[in-house]
Design a binder for this molecule. Structure first.
Ligand SMILES: Cc1cc2nc3c(=O)[nH]c(=O)nc-3n(C[C@H](O)[C@H](O)[C@H](O)COP(=O)(O)OP(=O)(O)OC[C@H]3O[C@@H](n4cnc5c(N)ncnc54)[C@H](O)[C@@H]3O)c2cc1C
Length: 376
C-alpha cells in the first residue's frame, strides 16, 4: 500500500504530535480542526515539567518558557490529611499550548485546516475519503482519529467503547493568594465514587480550578461552587474569570485493537487519560508520537502498526493498571487514610510517586504489594 498523504482529524495534543512526527518524516500531513486558531479546550492545563514526548519532539523548552512552573503537588485526603510530593509540573492554558503545537506542525511542513468539522469517513482498498459538515470531501492514504473524548467517528468505523465514566468541570479565578504549588483534594461523591478537586497556578496570575468525578449525575456545578467556598481560605476567590465549562474524560486505555485498515486511533480515542489523576495530555502526546512513528515505519513496509498496539499494551500494564489500583484503594475511607499515611511516613514512597508522575518509573511501583504488607 502506498502511504503518502495522512489525514488527521483533531488538532489537540495527540493530533499535533502525530502530525509533527509524520511531517518531519516526509509524509504529506493535513490536520482538520473544527475549532478556530487558539480554540479553548476544557482542561486543568497541567503536565509534568519533564514530559517525555515534548522532550523527544524538541519542544519542551518552548512549552516551559510559556508555562507557570511549580516544583510540588500537595495532595489532600478525605479528612484533610495532606502530603507533599516533590515533582516539577507546568501549567499552560490549552488555548496557548495547543496552538504552540499546531504552529510547530506547520513550521515543519504540515498543514492545519481550521473550522473544518469532519462528519464522515469512507475507507476502501484504494484509500480514505473524509467528509466535512458542508459536504466537502478530502482524500488521503491513511486517517488518524484524534478527536478527543468524542469518539463518534471511531464508533462509525466499528471501534467499540464502554460508557465514559469521568466528567470534570473547570473555571479560572485570580490567583490572589499567589499559590505556587499544584493543589489536589480527593473527596467521596454521594454515590461513594472517587472525586477530586484541583487548583493549579497558571501564567498571568490565574488559577485553574475544577472538580471531577465519576458518574453522569455528578452535580458538578454545585460541587465546584461548594469547593470554591470551602477552600476560600487557601485558594482565595474573587469570582470566576470565565464561565465554568465541563467535559468528559476517557480514562483507562482501551483494551482492544487500536488500528484498522488505513485508520489508527490516538489520544482519548484510545481512552488515554490515567485513572486517579485523569492526566491525559502527556499520554495523548505520546500516543500521537508513537502512531506517527508507526506510520513512518509502515511507509517503509514494516509491521509497525502491530508494534504500535504492542507498545500500548505494555503501557497499559505498566502505567494504567497501577493508577487504577490506587484509585480503587483511595476511594474507600480506610484506603484513603492508608494512602496518605503511607506517603507521609515514607520519603521513599513520596520520591517514587514523584518519579511515576514524571514517568521515570511505572505506576505499579507506587505501592508494590510487599510495601503494603510491610506497612500493615
Ligand atoms: C476538566 C478537565 C480537566 C483536565 N485536566 C487535565 C490536566 O490537568 N492534565 C492533563 O494531562 N489532562 C487533563 N485532562 C484531560 C485532557 O484534557 C485530555 O486527555 C487531552 O486533551 C486529550 O488530548 P486529545 O488530543 O486526545 O484530544 P483533545 O485535546 O480533546 O483534542 C481533540 C481535538 O479534536 C477536535 N475535533 C473533535 N472532533 C472533530 C471533528 N469531527 N472534526 C474536526 N476536529 C474535531 C477538537 O476540537 C479538539 O481540538 C482534563 C480534562 C478535562 C475535561
Amino acid at each position: 500500500m502506498k502511504l503518502k498523504r495522512v489525514l488527521i482529524v483533531g488538532g489537540g495534543p495527540s493530533g499535533s504530535s502525530c502530525g509533527i512526527t509524520c511531517a518531519r518524516g516526509g509524509l504529506e500531513t493535513i490536520v482538520f480542526e473544527k475549532g478556530n486558531p487558539y480554540r479553548d479546550k476544557t482542561c486543568g492545563d497541567t503536565i509534568p515539567a519533564n514530559q517525555k514526548t515534548l522532550a523527544n519532539l524538541g519542544l519542551i523548552e518552548g512549552v516551559k518558557k510559556r508555562s507557570f512552573l511549580v516544583d510540588s503537588a500537595l495532595i489532600h485526603g478525605f479528612s484533610g490529611e495532606r502530603v507533599e510530593i516533590r515533582t516539577p509540573m507546568m501549567t499552560l492554558q490549552r488555548s496557548v499550548f495547543d496552538q504552540f503545537l499546531r504552529d510547530e506542525l506547520e513550521s515543519r511542513g504540515g498543514k492545519v485546516d481550521y473550522g473544518v468539522n469532519i462528519k464522515g469517513i469512507k475507507i476502501s482498498d484504494e484509500g480514505v475519503e473524509i467528509t466535512d459538515s458542508s459536504g466537502l470531501n478530502y482524500e488521503g492514504d491513511f486517517v488518524v482519529l484524534a478527536t478527543g473524548a468524542n469518539v463518534s467517528l471511531a464508533r462509525s468505523l466499528g471501534f467499540e467503547y464502554s460508557d465514559n465514566p469521568v466528567f470534570a468541570l473547570r473555571t479560572y479565578i485570580e490567583n490572589v493568594n499567589k499559590l505556587n504549588s499544584n493543589y489536589f483534594w480527593l473527596f467521596r461523591s454521594e454515590t461513594n465514587l472517587l472525586g477530586y478537586a484541583w487548583a493549579f497556578p497558571s501564567p498571568g496570575n490565574i488559577l485553574n480550578v475544577g472538580v471531577g468525578t465519576r458518574g453522569k449525575d455528578a452535580k458538578l456545578k454545585s460541587k465546584l461552587e461548594n469547593f470554591l467556598q470551602d477552600k476560600k481560605m487557601i485558594i482565595g476567590n474573587s469570582g470566576n474569570l470565565t464561565e465554568p465549562k465541563g467535559a468528559p474524560i476517557r480514562i483507562g486505555m482501551r483494551n482492544a485493537l487500536n488500528y484498522g485498515s488505513r485508520v489508527i486511533l490516538v489520544g482519548e480515542n484510545i481512552n488515554c487519560a490515567y485513572d486517579l489523576t485523569a492526566e491525559g495530555i502527556g499520554p495523548a502526546l505520546e500516543s500521537g508520537y508513537l502512531a506517527g512513528k508507526a506510520l513512518l515505519g509502515f511507509k517503509e513496509g514494516g509491521d509497525s502498526l502491530k508494534d504500535y498496539q504492542e507498545k500500548l499494551v505494555r503501557k497499559r500494564e505498566e502505567f494504567y493498571k497501577g493508577y487504577s489500583q490506587i484509585a480503587n484503594l483511595v476511594r474507600s475511607r480506610y484506603g484513603n487514610k492508608l494512602f496518605l499515611r503511607i506517603l507521609n511516613n515514607s520519603e521513599k514512597m513520596r520520591v517514587t510517586f514523584g518519579d511515576v508522575i514524571q514517568e521515570e518509573k511505572p505506576s505499579k511501583n507506587i505501592f508494590p504489594m510487599q510495601s503494603l504488607l510491610n506497612f500493615l
